[in-house]
Structure formats: C-alpha cells, structure tokens
Design a protein around this ligand. Sequence first.
Ligand SMILES: Nc1ncnc2c1ncn2[C@@H]1O[C@H](COP(=O)(O)OP(=O)(O)OP(=O)(O)O)[C@@H](O)[C@H]1O
Ligand SMILES: [Mg+2]
Length: 351
Amino acid sequence: MGEPPATEPVRPDRPDQPDRPDRPDQLKRQDRPEREEREPAGDAVIVTRGLTKRYRGGQLAVDGLDLTVPAGSVFGFLGPNGSGKTTTIRMLMGLIEPTSGTAHVLGRPMPHAARAVLPRVGALIEGPALYGFLSGRDNLLRYDAADPAADPRTRRVRVAAALDRVGLTAAAGKKAKAYSLGMKQRLGLAAALLRPRRLLVLDEPTNGLDPQGMREIRTLVRELASDGTTVFLSSHLLDEIEQVCTHAAVMARGRLIRQGAVADLAAGTRGRLVVTTPDPQEAARVLKERGVGDVVVAEDRVTGEPPDGEIADLNRALVAEGVRVRGFGRERPSLEDAFVALTGEGFDVAG
Ligand SMILES: Nc1ncnc2c1ncn2[C@@H]1O[C@H](COP(=O)(O)OP(=O)(O)OP(=O)(O)O)[C@@H](O)[C@H]1O
Ligand SMILES: [Mg+2]
C-alpha cells in the first residue's frame, strides 16, 4: 500500500525540481571552487533578504523576512501556528519559489543552486514522506538510493547507524504504515542523518513525540551541533527553543519580530520583582506604596512589576518598614516573557 506522502522529503533528485542552471553571471560569482572550500566558521549558513511568499489564494504567508543564521548555531525558528515557518523552510529548501526577495543557503542562491546545496543539507519538513508498505529500514535504503551523491557501498552501514541514532533499531523491520506519529518523525530524522551534513533543517522535529522522545531529539540535536553541524529548527514550543537553541528568530503573522542570541532575546525583557518574606502582606503594602504594579501575594512570595529606577531602593524601603526579607530580585525572564513583550500578544494562532 503505497500511500502518497503528504509532503515530499527534500532530495537532490526531485523530479519536479526544475534543474535550472544558474545564469552565467551567477556561475562566475557563486560557483568559484574556492568559495566552497572557504566558508569560515563565522559565516552565515542561511541568509534571506526581503523574502516574501504570497500564496495563490492571496495569503501573505511570509512578509519581507531578513534572516541570518550563523554557522555552528542551533537556531530556533519560533512562532505560533500559521506564522509562516514551514513556508519559509520550503523556500529555503527550494521546494517553492518566493514571490520576492532572496534566500542563500550555504552561500548559494535558492532555488537556483538546489542541486549543489541540497546534498549537504539534511531536511525534515512537516512530516516525512514514507512508503507505508516498506519497513522503516527499507524506506531509508530506498531514500538513500535516490540520492545520486550517496555511496551505495556504505549504504547498509549508514542506514543502520542512522536508525540507531534515532532509537529505531528495534522497530526497523516493521512496516512504516504501522509506525506511530513519533516513530515516523524519528524515521524522517534518520533520513536527514544518512550522510554528514553541513546544515540540518528540521521543521517541528519533536512534533508527535512523547516527552521522552522529545528529550532524545533534543539530546541528538545538541550532539549534532557539537559535531559542527548547524541546526535550524522550527518550533512553536518556547521552552523547547529555550532548552536547545543558541539563537532564535521570533515570527508572528509572517513577519520577523526579532532575532539574535537566545540569552539576548530574553535579556531585553525585564523579569518580575520577586520578594520572599515571612511578612508578605506588609511587603505587598510597602511595594504598592512605592509604585510596584500588579502585586501578587502567594504564600511567602510577593511578586510585581517594579517601576523604572533602582530596585535596590525597594529593598531598602522594605527593611526600613520592618519587613523581614529572605530573598529579593528579579525573576529570570523566559523566552515566553520575551515573546509576549515583543509581540504584545500571547502565543496564539492569528486569525
Ligand atoms: N499551500 C498554501 N496555500 C495557501 N495558503 C497557505 C499554504 N500553506 C500555508 N498557507 C498559509 O500561510 C500561512 C503560514 O503557514 P505556514 O504553514 O507557513 O505556518 P507555520 O508557521 O508553519 O504553522 P504551524 O506551526 O502550524 O506549522 C498560514 O496562514 C497558512 O494558512
Ligand atoms: Mg509548519
């Protein structure tokens, strides 16, 4: 039973991928061999400028995106459902044409240079395409055989290693149609790992996985990154990005809100003031008098939004009024706080 896959995995020999040669002037600029070999560590592996996609129905899915993904980063592409993540990834992988703007992947323009670029990129896009009647292992063997750059002599060994890496060795002989969503996701990831890659592009890699599976994928992503692979992964899970990514871009309604190091993104947001005290009611009164807003008392914790200025003065005021202070400081702002501060909205689907 060969159910046609909902989405195609990216493979270098996609029959529907027009093999448009680069224009001669681009060949001169882009195809110089020394450019291939150079790529110093500081280079960006993905650069988009004004990247825009308007679908035929008129939907503006991606709107003037300027994205810069540094080499060696684990880059989180964060946004609520429908914010344009998959559309961007499909443009980066040359699966769809942008309406306007440019995208360079590994220094080469997409989709023009897809044939040269894609063998060095492992991709998992919105659910892997699988042949249900084949086992997981046979799916990978077949997938690898469709890659003209893959060495057939090492195929079995590489397939076994990839299955092992995603924890599918025991289920490798089972037909893919009997795989759970999470197992299919793992198999798609294994396909992206069949060969060493410069860049991995993973669209919602933990989608459908249980918490243990999510942890395993996060560990795998960290391992791959420590081997020097740049990982670009999309997610709508803020804590996932926070746990695994060095850099992130925040999308909302097709537009880039912010990008940068994860620590810097969160640092732009001020966390709430937190006071721990055996005198919470007194503390709340003093803090309110000093202009702290949204004061919340929960047992021995009093939190609120401090006014501008030196927060140490609030501590002095508490102590001066006889409030015994056990702990005083700002909460570490999370990426979720940053997202809400940046977008002025919650993490909900735009209508
Ligand atoms: N083939 C298509 N034709 C028309 N509109 C589309 C198409 N694919 C996506 N869209 C629209 O473009 C917008 C962005 O969709 P996209 O799939 O890129 O979002 P996403 O960020 O990947 O969302 P999710 O988190 O749900 O995967 C949405 O409004 C969606 O309805
Ligand atoms: Mg998506």
